[in-house]
Every structure is written in C-alpha cells, then in structure tokens.
Design a protein around this ligand. Structure first.
Ligand code: NAP
Length: 435
C-alpha cells in the first residue's frame, strides 16, 4: 500500500506492555495522532495492546476489544503491521519479537536488557526479514542518541563515547556531592522519590549501565558487544570522604560508561570515575543523563536530557514507531546499520587510566619510600601525593600518571602487604585528564 500524493497511509500498531512506557506511548499517540499524521503522512491505529493482567486499572483509556493478555495474538493479528515491545526482560519479549520479524513486521523496542544480551539474534532476524528493528529508547530514554550515532555520524570515525546513562546512580552521587550525604542515605532518598527500585542492585552495581554501554559500543564501533563483555564496577563503595577529596582536587565523581576503540579492538567499561569539575559531564546533575562523543572530524559533542521516565522514553519509542511505519509504507528501511563486525574486546587489564588512590599508613620513617618503591616496581608513576597527618597515622592520597589496570592492581596488592600499611582506601580512575 503506497502513499498517494496528499493521502495518508494507515498503519496498524500492536503494543506489547502497557506499564510506565506503554501507557505514556498510548497517551502520546492519542494526543498527537493528528500532528503525527500531518507531519509524517502516516496515521497510527492502535489495534491491540497486550498486558499481563487485563483487570488492572490503567491510566489511559483503551478501547473495548483492544486489551488482551495474549501477546502472541497481538503479533499474529493481521491488522497489526508494526509491533512495539515494552514488556522488558528476555522472555517472552525475545520470542515475540522474533515471531513479529518472521512475519515481516517491523519492531520497535525499549528493551536494553534484551538487546545487550541477544541483540545479534534479533538483528539477524530483522535483516533476514528485511524490516526495521528500532531501539532508540533502549539507551538514555528520551535522549536521541542511537539515530544521531548511526545516521548523523555515519561517516564519522568515533574515538570514544562516555556516558552518564543511569539516572539513579547520578542522582545518588549528586546528593553525596551537593549535600555531603552518605551513600546509604542518598540511596534511601532516591528510593523514596521513586528514582531507585526497592532492590537497587541493577542500578547501583552498574548492570543497567553495562547493558546500555554494550548497545552504545555496538552502534558506535559497528561491533558485536554484549553485556558480558563490559567490565563493571558499581558505586556502593564510594564514600562521602572520596567525594570531598575529589572536590578538593577539582574533580567530581560520576558513574561512567566508557566505550572506545583501541588498536582495532573495543574497550567497554562501567565504573565510577573522577572527572574534572570543568568537564561538560560534571555538570550533569540529579537523574539527568548525557552522552559525550569524541570523533575525529566532529570533535566533541554532548547529548543531554531525561534518560528515563515514562513520557521521555515514550517520545523516543514514538519517533521510532513513526519511522518504522513510514518505512513500511514506502518499502524502505530507514536506519543505516551495516552488519556488525566481530572486533576483539580489549581486556580491561590492558586499559590505561590515571588513578586516584588513598592509603592509610602508620606515620613512621621510610613508609613513603617503601610505597613509592612498590609503585615504581610495577611501572606505575606517581603524578602527585598529599599527606594528611593524624598523630601516629597518616592518610596518603596519590594520583598516578597513565597506568595499566593490571599494573595498578598488582601495585595495590603488594602495597597492602607492607607492614606499615593499615588499609588501601579508595581506588578511583581519573577520566578526562588531570589539570
Ligand atoms: N521506565 C523507564 O523509565 C524506561 C526507560 C528506558 C527504557 N525502559 C524499558 O522499557 C520497557 C518497559 O518498561 P516499563 O517501565 O514500562 O515497565 P513496566 O511498567 O513494568 O511495564 C511492563 C508492562 O508489560 C506487561 N507485561 C509483562 N509481562 C507480560 C506478558 N507476558 N505479556 C504481556 N504483557 C506483559 C505488564 O503488564 P501489567 O501492566 O498487566 O502488569 C506491563 O504493562 C523495559 O524494557 C524497560 O527497560 C523503561
């Protein structure tokens, strides 16, 4: 069915999941359907909506006969041309998406977990079927990110992508920075405000950010990267003292997702890091997200906005839905997305960073020399050292020059064994240069 001059095409939409994102999408389609039709030439008809519990009260009106608990029936319904998956998790989302693609139906999804784990299987199925599989909402919610990376920057050689892609941890770290809160108090506040789940593990331990980092790395570098390839550290061990010490040195602590291409391989990691207070990412406060892209020709650019929440996320889903519907009617495939190559994953041991390290020692002669000797033995050179004395004890703060992860780890292992060392406190990477 091709669109005639001035005549709008009508596209049947099947929706899987009507929770935070799904209900916000239905609101947007109901409110903006007319504008969408006028702008894009496509009228979206919501034919079916699948949920787990049809008796649950919904925040959005759904016409009789549209709501069902049978998600498969939505996918196979001949009136449904495009499927939007907003259930989350791996199954049944994976099987439903595969079933839609096999029937030649384009799919839009917001599901980072699915893409970061079985994305290759889904993209292969979409390629075989010759239809779109779009996923703008899966990373950084409402921020247009996937499309700029794969379309606007299609000709760019991207060197590094650094993101604050988890609003919960950014909220917690912002509270710790601005109010001096302890981690546990900032987490409790995030839970009270609905930014953090009752079980905050996925956010706090960096799993959510790692899934997003895998998707970002796949798009930025055209590589197969899955969540398991991502080195991951969370923020639960960050103390208010670390944040104060970072501030004294002119830094802000953020949980970063970093993806970069190093010698033909892809290095992807999620960890807390100190970034200079003047860096654009340092100004990303509260639950906001941002992604900072460095490329050969474009230089540096940053995309900033709401990384989660029903309405912002649904905006990204709706953009994809309009694209998929237009492409379906014109017989085109919108997204430029070549077959990803199998690039090796750069081992974390080989990645180089500057490090901030705190060590508590007995304040007696020769201690500093012994510690400096251990650093030197492992080829880790010290850029600066500060000593805060406390009678018989001293608190040492080191910042290193660039050092390999493996060398720094070996250094810390040996430093811990020294008699005069009471404890190795924090070890934080410094990203974005030491001033
Ligand atoms: N929320 C955000 O801010 C955000 C941001 C970015 C991406 N995402 C992604 O968007 C997706 C949806 O998130 P959400 O927050 O909207 O989740 P949610 O509020 O938990 O909603 C999930 C929906 O899926 C339905 N559902 C669950 N199992 C089903 C099944 N077997 N068959 C049919 N329907 C089923 C649920 O039905 P009932 O309503 O009957 O329980 C519910 O309507 C996830 O992949 C998430 O990662 C969310």
């Amino acid at each position: 069915m091709s669109k005639g001059a001035g005549k709008r095409a009508s596209v049947g939409v099947g929706i899987l999941g009507c929770g935070n994102v799904g209900s916000a999408l239905l609101h947007l389609v109901a409110e903006h359907g007319e504008i969408i039709g006028a702008r894009s030439g496509v009228d979206l008809r919501v034919e079916r909506v699948a949920v787990r519990n049809v008796s649950k009260e919904r925040s959005v009106a759904i016409a009789d006969g549209v709501l069902t608990h049978d998600a498969e029936a939505v996918v196979t319904d001949p009136k449904v041309d495009v499927v939007v998956e907003m259930i989350g998790g791996i199954e049944p989302a994976r099987s439903l998406i595969l079933a839609a693609l096999e029937r030649g139906k384009p799919v839009v999804t917001a599901n980072k977990e699915l893409l970061a784990n079985v994305g290759t299987e889904l993209f292969d199925a979409a390629a075989r079927a010759g239809v779109d599989l779009l996923f703008e909402a899966s990373v950084a919610g409402g921020i247009p990110l996937i499309r700029p990376l794969r379309e606007s920057l299609a000709g760019e050689r991207i060197r590094r992508v650094t993101g604050i892609v988890n609003g919960t941890t950014n909220f917690i770290l912002t509270r710790m920075t601005e109010e001096g809160s302890a981690f546990a108090d900032a987490l409790a506040e995030a839970q009270q405000l609905g930014y953090a789940e009752r079980d905050p593990t996925a956010d706090v331990e960096g799993f959510d950010a790692a899934a997003k980092a895998a998707i970002l790395a796949s798009i930025a570098f055209g590589a197969h990267v899955v969540a398991g390839d991502v080195y991951r550290e969370g923020i639960a061990h960050i103390t208010a003292a670390d944040i104060r010490a970072a501030a004294d040195l002119g830094y802000v602590v953020k949980l970063l997702a970093v993806a970069e291409e190093l010698d033909g391989s892809v290095a992807v990691r999620v960890h807390p890091a100190m970034i200079p207070a003047q860096h654009a990412l340092a100004a990303v406060r509260g639950s906001f997200n941002a992604v900072y892209i460095e490329g050969d020709a474009v230089g540096e650019l940053m995309l900033y906005g709401r990384g989660a929440g029903g309405a912002p996320t649904a905006t990204a889903v709706l953009g994809d839905l309009v694209d998929a519907a237009k492409n379906l009617r014109s017989g085109a495939r919108g997204a430029i997305f070549g077959a990803p190559t199998r690039k090796p994953i750069h081992p974390i041991d080989e990645v180089e960073s500057q490090f901030y390290v705190t060590i508590d020692v007995a304040d007696r002669p020769g201690v500093l020399a012994a510690i400096a000797g251990v650093f030197g033995n492992h080829g880790v050179s010290i850029q600066s050292m500060q000593q805060q004395g406390r009678d018989t004890e001293a608190h040492l703060i080191f910042v290193t020059h660039l050092a390999r992860e493996a060398d720094l780890r070996a250094t810390m292992h040996e430093v811990r064994e020294l008699d005069a060392v009471e404890r190795v406190g924090s070890v934080l990477r410094v990203v974005g240069g030491v001033g």
